[in-house]
Design a binder for this molecule. Structure first.
Ligand code: AN0
Ligand code: CP
Length: 324
């Protein structure tokens, strides 16, 4: 694997899931493949799970780590080509990225969208410039439009908990107080479309996701209809794609409740976290035995570990082709 930016970088999604579940049983099976190599994690935004699980995964493979909150502690970065840098940006990506590339063998980047300019966010300018200028494999730790480590985790969790060969998986919009990115639902949809599941998306009118992510999913504005016979309910808030970055509704009737969960086929409740209790989902659902959010977050380690392993294997192969 060269980079990990979207589902397209996974040559065989099912094989990745299987390998990740193997790592869950034997976390230290490849303890030496990262020896004398360093991974850098650069955060432009807050994180708990992504930061810690990726560190843990890297450690399990023997990698050294450098972590930086670049959004807080770094120089303001300019991404525009030809910019006259007389404003508050002290450093251009053309210097910053290759410098980081000299210290690190693999680089993870978390960079949320501005939610102001759709074209710019959806062009993935920040992530692509890191790919172009770092000269190292790049792992998305959530970019403007995707969160692939989360989505691989979600698929791993569904695989280990499913009780039917082809479960019904429902992605449900839920209310929130802030305007959130579409990255998690976009990415979840992209990965579910690549998996063997009956995939349904439900959201209020105006919250349509970009068509390239929706793919062949069934889409309905009737949440209760969507919940019928579901095996997994995946709740997430997102801001509007069409009326870009706007909160069109905070309709509390879309909150996930025990009554709605009762419409399902004893579905498991999933959420990427962090989650606002009693806004997105009721306490009673999160505290019920059907909530798998903690197990899901735990699986972030195995998703990251399998991705880092694939990237390391490519690096090692290219350095020592005679070994293979
Ligand atoms: C972020 C989002 O919705 O993209 C990160 C989720 C993993 N969530 C918040 O900012 C609350
Ligand atoms: N789910 C997730 O990515 O969580 P963090 O934002 O805490 O990393």
């Amino acid at each position: 694997m060269q980079h990990f930016l979207s589902v397209k970088d996974a040559i065989d999604v099912q094989a990745l899931v299987k390998e990740a579940l193997l790592y869950k049983k034997t976390p230290y099976a490849d303890k030496h493949i990262g020896k004398n190599r360093t991974m850098g994690l650069l955060f432009f935004n807050s994180s708990l799970r992504t930061r810690l699980s990726t560190q843990r995964a890297a450690q399990n493979l023997g990698l050294e780590l450098i972590v930086m909150n670049v959004g807080q502690d770094g120089w303001g970065l300019e991404f525009e080509d030809g910019a006259i840098m007389d404003g508050n940006k002290a450093e251009h990506i053309k210097e910053a990225a290759p410098v980081v590339g000299q210290y690190c063998d693999i680089v993870g980047i978390r960079s949320f969208p501005t939610l102001e300019n759709r074209e710019e966010d959806y062009s993935e300018n920040v992530l692509n410039q890191f790919v172009k200028h770092t000269g190292r494999p790049i792992v998305s730790l959530e970019s403007a439009t995707r969160h692939p480590l989360q989505s691989l985790t979600d698929l791993i969790t569904i695989e280990e908990l499913k009780t039917k060969p082809r479960p019904k998986v429902v992605l449900s919009w839920a209310p929130h107080v802030k305007a959130l990115p579409q990255a998690v639902p976009n990415s979840f949809a992209e990965w579910m479309n690549a998996a063997d599941v009956d995939f349904v998306i439900t959201h209020p009118e105006g919250y349509e996701l970009a068509p390239e992510f929706v793919g062949n999913a069934k889409v309905t504005h009737n949440q209760e209809e969507a919940f019928k016979d579901a095996d997994f309910i995946y709740a997430k808030n997102w801001s509007s794609y069409n009326d870009y970055g706007k909160i069109l509704s905070q309709d509390p009737s879309w909150k996930i409740t025990t009554e709605k969960m009762a419409l399902t086929d004893n579905a498991k409740f999933m959420h990427c976290l962090p989650v606002r209790r009693n806004v997105v989902v009721d306490d009673a659902v999160l505290d019920s035995p059907n909530s798998v959010v903690i197990q899901q977050a735990g699986n972030r380690v195995w998703a990251a570990q399998v991705v880092l392993k694939q990237i390391l294997l490519k690096i090692i192969r290219e350095e020592s082709p005679y070994l293979f």
